[in-house]
Every structure is written in C-alpha cells, then in structure tokens.
Design a protein around this ligand. Sequence first.
Ligand code: SF4
Length: 336
Amino acid sequence: MKNVAATPMPDRGLPRAAGSLGSGTLTGRARAALPGDVGPSQQETVRLDVDALTEFFARHGRDLPWRRPEASAWAVLVSEVMLQQTPVARVRPVYTDWVRRWPTPAALVAAPVGDAVRAWGRLGYPRRALRLHEAARAIVQRHDGAVPRDLHALLALPGIGDYTARAVAAFAFGERHPVVDTNVRRVISRAVRGIDEHLPASAADRAELESLLPADPALAVITCAALMEVGALRCTVANPDCAHCPLAGTCAWRAAGYPPGPERRRPAQRWHGTDRQVRGEIMAVLRAAATPLDRTRLRAGTASYAKSPDQWERCLASLVSDGLAVRDRRGRFALP
Ligand code: SF4
C-alpha cells in the first residue's frame, strides 16, 4: 500500500528553506511522450516542481500520527509495515494501540508473538505481525534496541524490504533516499515520463527518483512525502484531479492529452471463498479464543467459509506452517 509519509527529523516540519532550493531535474523521457517529439537526441530537461510539491504538502498534507514530532523511528517503522497494501483509515487505530502498548522494539520483544498477532486484528496479511516481532528482536540484539539509521542496517532486518528501509531512513531520520511506492511510481510515470503505467516500483524507479530529488536531504524528504500525498489525494488511479494538482503545470501526461497507457492488469477482486478469506476467518476465531480450540470447535466457526473440507484443512495447515497458529500435544489450536 501506499503510505503517506512522516515528515523529516529533527523537527518533522517542512524545512525552513523549503521553496528556496530549486527543483530536481531529469533529462526527459517525458518529453518523448509529447506530440511532435523526434527522439531522445532532442529531449529537454524535465523538471519536477519541488517548490509546488513542498507548498502542496504544507497546505494539504494530512495530519497522521506517524508524521507527528513525537513519532519515534520505531513508530515510523511500525506504520510503514502496517501501511503496506492497507489503507490509512484501517491502519490508524491499530497503529495507535500498537505503539501505545509497545512503544519500543524491546517492549514488543518482551511480549509473546501471539499478542502481536492478536493485536494485528483484521489488518490483513498477518505475517507482517510476525515479521515486526522478528525485526524488533533483531533491533534489540544488533542495535541495542534502537532502530538503525543506516540503510544497509535497515535492509538487513528481517522482513524489511527496499521500500520500507528507505521510508524509515527518510521519514524517521531525514536521510536523502528515493522512497518509491506504487503511488509515487504512478505520479512519476505520468508527470515525468508522460505514460499512464501501473507497475510495482523497481530499482530503476528508485534510481530515477533519486535523479529528480533535490540535493538537500530535508527537502528531498519533503519531496518524497509530497509525491506520496499527490498520489493518494490527487493523482489517483482512476480519477486524477489535475485541476488541483501541484504538478499540473509541468505534467507530461497531461500536456500530451492523457494518452492511454499499456493495458493495466487489474488485480483480482474476488474474496469470498478464497484461501485468504478462510485463513482470515480461522485467525479471527483463534484471536477471540481465550483457550486453545480443538479441531471440531475451530471448524464449527469457520468451515462454512471454505468451498471444501480440503480447502479448510489446507488453510489451517498453512497457518501452522507460517507460524501464525500452533498445535498443542492434544491437537488443539491457538495463536503462537
Ligand atoms: S496533473 Fe493530473 S496526471 Fe499529472 S500528476 Fe497531477 S493529477 Fe497526475
């Protein structure tokens, strides 16, 4: 999912020099999308309007708990993991309870893994709760309980990928890194490349954004956060609100007349009867149970969601295999 970022350290506010440090530039693939273009040899420099982005972020950036000055690096990391493929509205209450209960990695490590899985609730993809617990343990063991600032140290934490590591380094520590999620990629693709393309972010996208970001780290962080906000609030997948977009004046896709992009592979919307649903219902029953449940009781509460007994068994086995559920000697099931 897309996240919306925290503002940078140390004061998590807009940089004092925001708006005065110019714009990132890119020798433009975007120009190549414009009518009449004759090829790369005549490309012009495409500008990412950093001034407009910083002003937009100052005026329209949402007040989110992980952006506030009191949000620690750990809180930012928690938010970034929770926001993966999960909307802000669903994350906010779970995040708030989580960081209040476990304000440090050490606090989470001291809690049973099952408590973390239970607190994850219905955020979805509950293996993220396990990964957060593992990351917290690694932070305690390798970094004395403090979330590392160094990108490579962040990347070395269990379950922390390219996006999350850069987001934490940027939004928690004010480091200059290209933070590219699917929202940012879409904005860059349209505004800079002039192409309406919807693909997962890649290393090439990060390299491109890095070339566009201003040199000043604080301003680069704000630019990343603003791009995320533009992607979330203006440059949405289906209904881009160009009239109120800070990049409207320089957007290559808009200037080209919104040419259709490659056909988009739409994610499957089906949910009912899927393994994800069955696993989710089994997890919901296990979370609500005060004591381990035998197979009969567990089935009674969840089997109707499965299309077949085999599917139900497969889903239960996968939860045990993933470490999200455990089976005791009496064959009863519970959270880990
Ligand atoms: S002008 Fe429209 S298409 Fe271009 S970045 Fe803004 S919202 Fe997206």
